[in-house]
Design a binder for this molecule. Structure first.
Ligand SMILES: N[C@@H](CCC(=O)N[C@@H](CS)C(=O)NCC(=O)O)C(=O)O
Length: 244
């Protein structure tokens, strides 16, 4: 049995991290049984989640998990796609992971109100006396990562414009399709779903959320995918939205 190391549910989502939601969805797409373990972060081989343990082998990184599934289990996530579609799907995936993600991180972590309602909850098990210090250290680390990536050097209007182009591109690629690239699922559906889901919780007020909500096809796609793959969270999301 594969062990899938995750953060666990926050903000009405299957997981706080879009990369973890992507990883879990890849396991579901491949039909592989797994058990989730939310206590693996301190032993994470690359200091990040998700990672899996499969027959004793540790595979860290959502994309490397995908490659592992493809190699070890012979599962082709993109079997329904043409070569051109495969290229587009991969490019869309990396646009979300390596570009839009960092704008999302900025709004979640660097805006005080969003941090208070969101990531601060990750530290609620830390001793009360040192909790503010831990929050400060981790936030400073995130700030440094944003700066190193480059997104953190842009002003809010610039970040918003860049995020808008990503969301628009995603919406254009999806169009009226049921799934990202057509009427069949592919590997990038795991990423597209996870990053839309990560941007939608109403605890985070952000231009990214507004831009996603302004794209009806992305919201409808998200709701379809949530119902298909994480049905328990459809209820949680609607309860959260109705203030319950
Ligand atoms: N490239 C990695 C990215 C994973 C990632 O960035 N995970 C974040 C959560 S969204 C994390 O665990 N960060 C912890 C840290 O940087 O300390 C993947 O695809 O799995």
């Amino acid at each position: 049995m594969i062990t899938f190391y995750s953060y666990g549910s926050f903000f009405g989502l299957p997981d706080a991290s879009p990369f973890v939601m992507k990883g879990e969805m890849l396991l579901k797409l491949a039909g592989l049984p797994y058990e989730a373990d939310t206590r693996g972060f301190t032993r994470a081989p690359k200091g990040k989640l998700p990672y899996i343990k499969d027959d004793g082998a540790l595979i860290a990184d959502s994309t490397l998990i995908r490659l592992h599934i493809e190699k070890k289990y012979g599962f082709d996530f993109d079997r329904a796609l043409t070569a051109h579609q495969k290229g587009v799907a991969w490019a869309v995936e990396k646009m979300l992971e390596d570009h839009l993600y960092w704008v999302m991180v900025y709004w979640r972590w660097m805006v005080d109100e969003n941090f208070e309602r969101g990531p601060k909850n990750f530290f609620r098990r830390a001793p009360a006396l040192i909790r503010p210090l831990i929050c400060k250290i981790v936030r400073n680390k995130v700030r440094a990562s944003l700066h190193a990536h480059g997104i953190g050097r842009h002003n809010d209007a610039e970040k918003t414009e860049l995020a808008g182009r990503c969301i628009d591109a995603l919406s254009q690629v999806l169009g009226d399709n049921r799934y990202l690239m057509g009427d069949q699922l592919c590997g990038a559906d795991a990423t597209a779903f996870a990053f839309i889901a990560g941007g939608l919780p109403d605890v985070f007020e952000s231009p990214v959320r507004d831009q996603l909500l302004a794209a009806p096809n992305l919201v409808a796609y998200h709701d379809r995918m949530m119902a298909e793959f994480f049905p328990a969270f459809v209820k949680l999301r609607s309860r959260a939205q109705s203030g319950g």
